[in-house]
Ligand binder design. Structure first.
Ligand SMILES: [Zn+2]
Length: 549
């Protein structure tokens, strides 16, 4: 592998990199008319994102776009990368992230270093409710990767109804519809829900259908963290499909899984519900991270009625002995129904009041703090930690068979469900560092669950098709030059549950809009990312143009 900048144009390339650092796209060369390309990647094995087998070619990039694929003379290039039989693929689109903090951590290093070039955030019901402001920040606060967002139902509901456990009034529903409508006009790609979280969990199906109808008018989709991924997962899938059919819009089911031990193996049934819906003509996709553990809040183990109104309200309820007992009883029953014998499957990822808890299970912590081993003691420990501010958790709740069965399905996309990570901050789920590399190393090369070409398709053209990105997700002439170069024989995730802050190996280069953001083991500090707008945004522009004289 070599990255060669032709000497006569070194200054220009540096200028490009400097300008990119200010959020400006690579500029057209004025130094020499013989330089037709800003960058040419030679000797590549191109996996173009379509799912087709790889082919050999050079990739010519100019002004942030792929302008030619074929044989290209290196004298036409200002800079070349000799890919020497490495795989050149479209940059990965991570369809499920939580990166509302992206503008504070603009390098997004954990994503870039696993080959991700576009992030879709606003998932699980939580987003900015001012999409114009959020996406607009990409202009004034440069970022390394491209960003798109959903508008989160939970955030919209909270803005209008706070954390109330009730149906909206007609007026409140109108207000929520207006916020969603504006978000779609401002470029959101769709509506997300988080139906296990407060306040999303308080919404009945018809409330979501009403809001999804607004999204349908703009050509957006409905992405959902369903009401259940365990015990009631089949009902939850039926509800998601019902929302899609009644509101008339595509559905993406987030982090698709079976998380109740009692239901392990039932992914054959859950997937069949989706195949049936697709056969009826409803567009349904799912996304997945390639691990048998999930990660979410500690709150998610508690009954929804307890959490109504927020933590202070819940603490008041828990101060009442009878109410506390009722909560303990319900939590215990839920655990029993899920098939886990105790909370040894629940690991603390981040607990601010006592960081020594990080990386330990609730069972271990209970033993250490309360000298108790029983489930009731563990539930008391959970309530105490909730009262002290809550914790980020990792739940080892899935089976490998289900993960693999879901991965094989043609409509399954790849999403990390991660935020932007800070090295050595807490003990987060390793998916935020390893997800894409893990699929390409473990599931493609080692276990041969899916082909390399299919894995890449799930990370590129399928997400682009699903979210309506018309010029990303493929190595095609005219498409944005979001690219990743890697060695299929060595690519591997390194992040583990014990030691998650580890970058993958085997990735050589990552490019965003034609600019190199990662090169030979190092971040380049270039920030070429842009905001990617949803279909409602384009419609508004089209109407404006048509209306012009
Ligand atoms: Zn979620």
């Amino acid at each position: 592998m070599s990255y060669r900048i032709h000497r006569k144009t070194t200054v220009l390339i540096l200028a490009i990199i400097t300008m990119c650092g200010k959020g400006v796209m690579p500029v057209r060369s004025t130094s020499s008319s013989s330089d037709s390309y800003d960058l040419v990647i030679t000797n590549a094995r191109i996996v173009d994102g379509s799912g087709n087998p790889w082919f050999r070619g050079d990739v010519g990039i100019r002004d942030g776009r792929i302008v030619r694929i074929g044989r290209i003379s290196s004298t036409e290039a200002k800079a070349t990368i000799d890919a020497k039989n490495r795989i050149v693929a479209p940059g990965f689109i991570d369809v499920h992230t939580h990166v509302e903090s992206l503008f504070n951590r603009p390098a997004a290093e954990n994503f870039v270093r696993m080959g991700v070039t576009t992030l879709i955030t606003g998932n699980c019901g939580t987003s900015s409710t001012n999409v114009a402001e959020f996406l607009g920040r990409a202009k004034s606060q440069p970022i390394a990767v491209n960003i798109a967002t959903l508008v989160g139902h939970g955030s919209v509901r909270r803005r209008v109804m706070k954390l109330d456990d009730r149906a909206p009034t007609t007026e409140e529903l109108k207000q929520m519809e207006a916020i969603v409508d504006q978000a779609m006009k401002d470029g959101a790609v769709g509506l997300s829900t988080g139906l296990i979280y407060v306040p999303g969990t308080y919404a009945k199906t018809d409330e979501i259908v009403d809001l999804a109808r607004v999204v349908a008018r703009h050509g957006g989709l409905y992405a959902t963290h369903m009401r259940s991924e365990g015990e009631k997962v089949l009902d939850a899938i039926r509800e998601s499909i019902q929302i899609g059919e009644q509101a008339g819009l595509p559905v993406d089911i987030s982090h698709f899984k079976v998380s109740s031990k009692r239901l392990w193996g039932e992914s054959s049934k859950t997937l069949q519900l989706i195949r049936d819906a697709r056969a009826r003509g409803l567009l349904v996709t799912v996304d997945q991270y390639a691990y048998t553990a999930s990660s979410t809040s500690l709150d998610s183990r508690l009954p929804a009625w307890l959490l109504a109104g927020g933590r202070e309200e819940a603490k008041k309820r828990l101060a009442d002995k009878d109410t506390r007992e009722r909560a303990v009883k319900e939590i215990k029953e839920t655990l029993k129904r899920s098939g886990f014998k105790d909370y040894s499957y629940a690991m603390v990822a981040g607990y601010d009041p006592d960081k020594s808890f990080n990386g330990k299970s609730i069972a271990e912590i209970t033993k250490q703090v309360r000298k108790k081993k029983d489930v009731k003691g563990q539930i008391e420990q959970i309530l105490t930690m909730y009262e002290a501010g809550g914790a980020g958790m990792i739940y080892h709740g899935m089976s490998e068979d289900d993960v693999q069965r879901i991965m094989r399905e043609s409509f399954t996309m790849v999403g990390s469900d991660s935020g932007v990570r800070q090295i050595d901050e807490s003990v987060p789920h390793p998916r935020g560092y390893g997800n894409n590399a893990r699929i390409l190393g473990r599931y493609v090369r080692e276990l041969k669950i899916i082909s390399l070409e299919d894995a890449i398709r799930k990370m590129t053209s399928l997400p682009a098709q699903t979210f309506g990105f018309r010029d990303r997700g493929m190595v095609r002439e005219g498409f944005a030059a979001d690219l990743v170069i890697f060695d299929e024989t060595t690519i591997a995730d390194q992040a583990t549950f014990v030691n998650p802050h580890q970058f993958p190996t085997g990735i050589d280069y990552v490019m965003v809009n034609g600019a190199v953001v990662f090169s030979a083991g190092n971040m380049t500090s270039v920030l070429p990312g842009v905001a990617v707008h949803g279909p409602g945004y384009r419609q508004v522009k089209d109407v404006a143009r048509k209306g012009a004289p």
